[in-house]
Design a protein around this ligand. Sequence first.
Ligand code: CMP
Length: 140
Amino acid sequence: MGNITFTMIKPCAVSQEHIGEILSVINKAGFHFVSMKMLHLSKSQAEKFYAVHAERPFYNDLVAFMSSGPIVAAILQKENAVAEYRKLIGSTNPAQADEGTIRKMFATSVQENAVHGSDSDENAEIEASFFFSQIERFYK
Ligand code: CMP
């Protein structure tokens, strides 16, 4: 089990001014911030990041949404980070997310679900490398 995961605070949560609250929830749950940046993904960058979903019916909408405004990208560190962070964010669909999870608190729909979290150690490293070089990482 790896000790990093990758997250994005999505354009919906950024535009609703939830960056500070979400970072606070992540910090209080014991995650260390290894790397962080705010940026606006281009359409082609969003297409590349979500290429694994290219065949899904929601892909075009997802790309349009993720390139609609700025996001916050971050690498998080904690023991068993991928599983621990997925517990903290809750189900993809906020209607099914448990009380106290980030998506329960801040998501508005299955697409506009406030945050992204990696689904495996392998993808955590691939996604982290999409945004951050080794010299931009500050491990604990
Ligand atoms: P995320 O964890 O970033 O991974 C893929 C994203 O696709 C997901 O969060 C949602 O934003 C979006 N997504 C997943 N399933 C659906 C769906 N059924 N309809 C619309 N968007 C979806």
